[in-house]
Design a protein around this ligand. Structure first.
Ligand code: ADP
Ligand code: K
Ligand code: ZN
Length: 437
């Protein structure tokens, strides 16, 4: 039997009634913060929640209105800020945003708690201050870079912030620094495995023993494949920028579903149509309330991610409930190499460009182990009759505008007017050909 490491054993194994007590008290604090924001105040008052004292038990959660991604955009830039601006020390934003980004703000205390949560995750997976951690997620507004980074530093690990891409440099650093853990998307881990072979590294050159992965759905089979090919342990990590990034839920050494840190988040799994709880163990939409952020409360945030609670207790002794691998989303958001992309963002770029015709089609498939985005666009008859140089210039312009907006370099195919299929009724403009592993 493997020993089970904890960062904060008392909290992580607290009896359910105690967890619920912590949640109720923290929820009151979050309501108090929310009442300070122009966005929530009128909404909470309308729901009869004009004071935090209205929350007497967790059952009162159901009185709180939901919050959506659209609400975050509506509140941009400061409608959800609950502290004076001079107390904010960090801003992050979600990948996959249309014109208006969805941003979060953190005070120093918020940031410290976020790092502590991440350090708790890494500890649960068996990482220690002796680990050399290479973070291959994108740094910048994206939380997978900095928020993971600070957690690994707090753990005391040696952190190498290589960020995403540049596989040859990744491999060199892995070898030279003796990297023991990497943080990357599942597709990048497969890519890395291939590169190790292609570049003539032998497994003995590397000290890699584990990987933390997330940002996109992946199957248990894919995890097993990566574990087998790289000879390492792979841990699933769930999060999103709205909830302080990675580490909302994380696997312990048993790797049998992700514990949601319930002293820091309230997790509900609801029927996306009725918005009522599904029976325990059944699949529904995960709705999260953050309990550890002063600068920006988010109450009953609809993640659109589909999962279920795993009702059985975990062998590690943690009492924080586990959620299963995600089975999809309730909206049309695509996740391409870990980056969130809405088809509407692509449409926006196409439709505002002169010369682009009425019809377009989006194809996502695999190019080796990575995802590939192809955008087919019809152009107008006038444009089609024009010089090929003009058409090429349009193609390049669309490519670079799309890349700037969604950070993914698409393949762009210009099509003759009327050549793309016209569907009856609601147009089907997206084809996701990636195998459902
Ligand atoms: P992240 O850095 O986690 O990708 P984003 O805010 O860019 O943060 O994207 C969040 C979304 O990514 C989630 O709502 C979910 O759809 C997806 N996601 C994140 N982690 C996982 C995971 N481990 N498994 C499946 N999907 C995930
Ligand atoms: K993502
Ligand atoms: Zn466990």
């Amino acid at each position: 039997e493997r020993s089970v490491p904890f960062r904060d054993k008392a909290i992580e194994t607290a009896p359910r009634p105690e967890i619920e007590k912590i949640q109720t008290a923290a929820l009151r604090t979050q309501i108090a913060q929310a009442l300070k924001t122009p966005f929530y105040r009128p909404r909470l008052e309308e729901a009869g929640l004009s004071s935090p004292d209205e929350i007497r038990s967790l059952a009162d959660l159901s009185r709180i209105p939901f919050t959506s991604k659209g609400d975050l955009r509506e509140a941009y830039p400061f409608g959800l800020l609950a502290v004076p601006k001079d107390q904010v020390v960090r801003v992050h934003a979600s990948s996959g945003t249309t014109g208006t980004p969805t941003v979060i703000y953190l005070t120093q205390k918020d940031l410290d708690l976020a790092s502590d949560t991440m350090a708790r995750c890494l500890t649960a997976a068996g990482a220690t201050s002796g680990d050399v951690v290479q973070n291959m997620m994108t740094y910048g507004l994206f939380t997978g870079g900095l928020c993971f980074h600070y957690g690994a530093e707090l753990l005391g690990a040696m952190v190498i912030p290589t960020s995403a891409g540049n596989t040859l440099r990744q491999l060199k650093f892995m070898k030279d620094f003796g990297t023991t853990m990497v943080h990357a998307t599942p597709s990048y881990l497969l890519h890395l495995h291939q590169a190790i072979a292609d570049e003539g590294y032998s497994r003995g050159d590397l000290r890699l023993r584990m990987a933390v992965t997330g940002a996109e759905p992946h199957s248990e089979e894919l995890r097993l494949k990566i574990q087998d090919k790289l000879g390492i342990e792979v841990y699933n990590c769930y999060g999103m920028s709205e909830m302080n990034g990675p580490g909302v839920a994380f696997e312990c050494v048993h790797r049998a579903g992700m514990h949601v840190w319930e002293d820091r988040y309230i997790a509900e799994i609801l029927d996306p149509d009725t918005l009522l709880p599904v029976p325990e163990g059944e699949i529904g939409e995960l709705v999260l309330t953050i309990l550890c952020r002063d600068a920006m409360p988010l109450l009953r945030y609809r993640t659109r991610d589909l999962t279920r609670f795993i009702p059985e207790p975990c062998a590690c002794g943690r009492t924080h409930r586990r959620i299963a691998r995600f089975t999809g989303r309730t909206d049309d958001m695509l996740i391409i190499n870990g980056v969130n992309v809405f088809p509407s963002q692509i449409e926006e770029v196409l439709l505002r460009t002169k010369g682009v015709g009425a019809n377009y089609f989006i194809i996502v498939d695999k190019d080796g182990v990575l995802d590939k985005l192809t955008v087919q666009v019809e152009i107008t008859p006038e444009m089609f009759a024009d010089d090929s140089r003009v058409i090429n210039a349009l193609r390049e312009r669309l490519k670079s505008e799309l890349q700037a907006l969604i950070t993914i370099n698409p393949v762009l195919e210009i099509k003759q007017p009327g050549s793309l299929p016209v569907s009856e009724g609601k147009a089907k403009r997206v084809s996701d050909l990636r195998p459902k592993e």
